[in-house]
Design a protein around this ligand. Structure first.
Ligand code: ATP
Ligand code: MG
Length: 204
């Protein structure tokens, strides 16, 4: 048997629960009106790109159309790219090399960034692409290869069903403000900092 006090507590909890449920429903109505999402995965810790690909695999598993654009990358091995190519998911890469490795050319990177952005625009206008991953695109904004306002305007004009995932460190304030969901991955520690080598299947 419940005491009077316990009964009152239970009644209060039920009222709070109902109010919370009503709020969630309100929000999910909003979600149905506007299906589009922009997610930003930023910060200095490990897990941004792999999380972005995780969402692509999740969407693909539901039969959704996906496309990936890898800014900065493409010249090194990538397990994710191997799988996506087998699945027939388009993966566009910039292929200009790393800024701290020999042979890096900032001007070539700028030209490639503009070319790859043109390809990105095609995806941003394609309603068969439900999920579009723009991996490491934050650096293109930071290095002034791409204009953040132009980027946001293109996001704004995309099909209603299309979600965009942006990854990379130091995401521009305007991108963080425009996104619905922003996660910052903090680095508590990273094995590479104590000299561990990048491992296939973990790092790439
Ligand atoms: P991942 O691709 O594993 O999800 P990420 O996208 O979060 O990592 P990036 O900032 O793109 O990480 O860095 C690319 C590479 O640098 C990855 O191989 C990653 O393991 C490594 N890395 C990430 N964070 C750190 C860190 N704090 N110190 C050293 N290396 C890091
Ligand atoms: Mg990354």
């Amino acid at each position: 048997m419940l005491t009077v006090k316990e009964k009152n507590q239970l009644a209060q909890q039920t009222t709070r629960h109902k109010a919370m449920k009503a709020k969630v429903h309100e929000k999910s109505d909003l979600a149905n009106d506007d299906k589009r999402r922009v997610l930003v995965l930023t910060g200095n810790g490990k897990g941004k790109t792999s999380s972005g690909f995780g969402i692509v695999f999740r969407a693909f598993g539901h039969g959704q159309g996906c496309a990936v654009v890898q800014y900065l990358k493409g010249d090194a091995e990538s397990g994710e790219r191997n799988v996506l190519q087998q699945l027939g998911v388009p993966v566009v890469t910039m292929n200009t090399g790393c800024s701290f490795k020999a042979g890096y050319c900032a001007e070539r990177e700028r030209i490639r960034a503009r070319e790859v952005w043109q390809q990105t625009l095609i995806f941003l206008q394609d309603p068969s692409v439900d999920v579009l991953l723009l991996d490491e695109v934050t650096y293109m904004v930071a290095r002034k290869h791409l204009d953040v306002n132009e980027m946001i305007a293109a996001f704004e004009a995309r099909p209603i069903n299309q979600s965009v995932i942006i990854t990379g460190r130091a995401a521009h304030r305007k991108l963080r403000e425009y996104a619905d969901t922003v996660s910052r991955v903090d680095c508590v520690k990273h094995g590479l900092q104590i000299g561990l080598k990048a491992r296939k299947g973990i790092e790439f």
